[in-house]
Write a protein that binds this ligand. Structure first.
Ligand code: NOJ
Length: 544
């Protein structure tokens, strides 16, 4: 694998800077604090950090409402802090990608402020206006709990403006060549500062066309290909990761012929990992994998269990959504829009066996995994905070006051620490898990290390192991360049036996990659494996 394909075998980590570490003592996480913690990522084995938006913003959508694309929000520090952080990250061999919010700005952005004030403003046509607010009726509303329409009336402008998210986030008008150029300028600015690429926000919605649902339009792909050409020409080796919450065949288009995005999140596979566990049945996962098209050799899926948003249930059927809500979000406060605003560990009853199992599935699936900050120690949630803030609470470093997150007075912290009976920072923290053998943190660290030694995980083909009728066990075979890895997952709380057809590897020894359990050589007969409750195995079939 060449270095320019680094993202294919990488482990990503998503950081909400406000939550990570407060270096200035003002009760908000910041870039100086993050820089202090860089060795943590190396210790965990992370290759690339994704930073949520850092730009000046009124924070109506936690920074996804940008008021200035060229500066750092004062809560996070200064541009010099950013440069220092980036240099320090690079010095440790870590890569950093930032959020590129193409689709919309904040209504506080000077472009919108100018646009709304006059029809003759050079920025009027940077946004999408209407006299009636009746256009594009087939576009769905995404923030269902708060927005009644994708159009909002602006009394200053005397017109309606178009927005796919909050009404404080007017959509940019990509039919305007000046807007398309502005965003290339924004990219250039951050790439020149040295970022290793972008997680591109909300890419399906850039263009609007009557008679369509205004998602995944050909015009959108044309522009994104132009963005990629620009990157290839001037910044080879940097990556673009697409946030396109769509069905696999629609996301497939964002890879183009290997000439659009390098990576894209695999949204539909995520809820099915939870579903398979809850139903003790691998079928939902295998179904979505079978619906997932092949992707070009220079591209990669990005898989995840949780992120900073609600656990989205957009890419499931209504029956599946009801199942997920009833199982994982029994209380109304746990639901948001079409999703579940909860963290990984509480979703799984804080049961380390289930959490490890889900990570093992994540690491076994095709794609590069991304971890959400705090989930590596099984952090809890606070469903009483508004919007998605309940999964954005301060990182729990140790059991000292403020969990080692900040030296500010506790009452001043931007959000309360998790301090409930089960997930309190007093028990759930990095320090204690670092020194405890078998802690979630140590298990994940080991999984990351093993995965990175085996390129079959990042690059290999993925098949299900044949001749096994036990739906409770998920068995995947990853193979690449003469290397074969069989991963097995028992989705239930009861021991399970499986019989696998490994006859095409007859004579090959089997080595356990995660523990020292011993296994017989593959043979022509069905190969029996016993799995304990929620047990998982990573077995290397050593080809001769
Ligand atoms: C997706 C982001 O992940 C989410 O946090 C944000 O609210 C929307 N895009 C709008 O930018």
């Amino acid at each position: 694998m060449t270095d320019s394909l680094w993202y294919k075998n990488a482990v990503f980590y998503e950081v909400y800077v406000r939550a990570f570490r407060d270096g200035s003592g003002d009760a908000h996480g910041d870039l100086r604090g993050l820089a202090e913690k860089l060795d943590y990522f190396c210790e965990l084995g992370v290759d690339c950090i994704w930073l949520l938006p850092l730009y000046p913003s009124p924070l109506c959508d936690d920074g996804y409402d940008i008021a200035d694309y060229y500066q750092i929000h004062p809560d996070y520090g200064t541009l010099d802090d950013f440069k220092h952080f980036l240099n320090e990250a690079h010095a440790r061999g870590l890569r950093v990608i930032t959020d590129l919010v193409l689709n919309h700005t904040s209504d506080q952005h000077p472009w919108f402020q100018s646009a709304r004030r006059s029809r003759h403003s050079p920025y009027r046509d940077y946004y999408v206006w209407s006299d009636t607010g009746q256009e594009y009726p087939d576009a769905r509303i995404i923030f269902l709990d708060t927005e009644g329409s994708n159009w909002s009336w602006d009394p200053v402008a005397g017109q309606y403006f178009w927005h796919r998210f909050y009404s404080s986030q007017p959509d940019l008008n990509y039919d305007n060549p000046a807007v398309r150029q502005e965003m290339l300028n924004v990219m250039k600015y951050w790439l020149d500062l040295g970022v290793d690429g972008f997680r591109a926000d909300a890419v399906p919605y850039l263009f609007e066309r009557e008679g369509t649902n205004c998602e995944n339009l050909p015009e959108t792909h044309d522009y994104l290909k132009e963005v990629r050409r620009y990157l290839n020409e001037h910044y080879p080796g940097r990556v673009l990761l697409a946030e396109a919450n769509q069905w696999p065949q629609d996301v497939r288009l964002y890879f183009g012929d290997g000439d659009e995005f390098h990576m894209a999140f695999h949204f539909p596979v995520m809820p099915r990992i939870y579903m398979a566990l809850a139903k003790t049945d691998r079928t939902p996962l295998l179904d979505i994998l079978s619906q997932t098209p092949e992707i070009p050799a220079n591209t990669q899926w990005c898989t995840f269990l949780r992120n900073h948003d609600e656990l989205t249930l957009e890419m499931v059927t209504p029956e599946e959504r009801d199942f997920m809500w009833n199982t994982f979000a029994p209380e109304p406060r746990m639901r948001l829009n079409l999703g579940i605003r909860r963290r990984l560990a509480p979703l799984l009853d804080g049961d380390q066996r289930k959490i490890e199992l889900l990570y093992s599935i994540l690491f076994s699936l095709p794609g590069s995994p991304i971890l959400y900050y705090g989930d590596e120690i099984g952090m809890g949630e606070n469903i009483w905070l508004e919007d998605r803030n309940g999964v954005r609470t301060p990182m729990q470093w140790d059991d000292s006051p403020n969990a080692g997150f900040s030296t500010a007075p506790m009452e001043a912290l931007y959000a309360p620490l998790i301090d409930d009976e089960r997930f309190s920072y007093r028990q759930v923290n990095v320090a204690v898990q670092r020194r405890t053998r078998g802690s979630l943190w140590n298990v994940i660290r080991k999984m990351i290390a093993v995965r990175k030694e085996q390129p079959a995980f990042g690059c290999g083909a993925c098949q299900t192991a044949a001749a096994d009728n036990n739906l409770t066990v998920l068995a995947l075979i990853r193979s690449w360049s003469g290397e074969t890895i069989l991963t097995l997952h028992n989705l239930s709380d009861q021991p399970q036996s499986v019989q696998l057809d490994l006859s095409c590897w007859a004579g090959a020894p089997v080595a356990d990659l995660l523990s020292d359990r011993r296994f017989p050589v593959c043979g022509d007969e069905p190969y029996p494996v016993e799995l304990g409750a929620y047990e998982y195995l990573w077995l290397l079939i050593v080809n001769s």
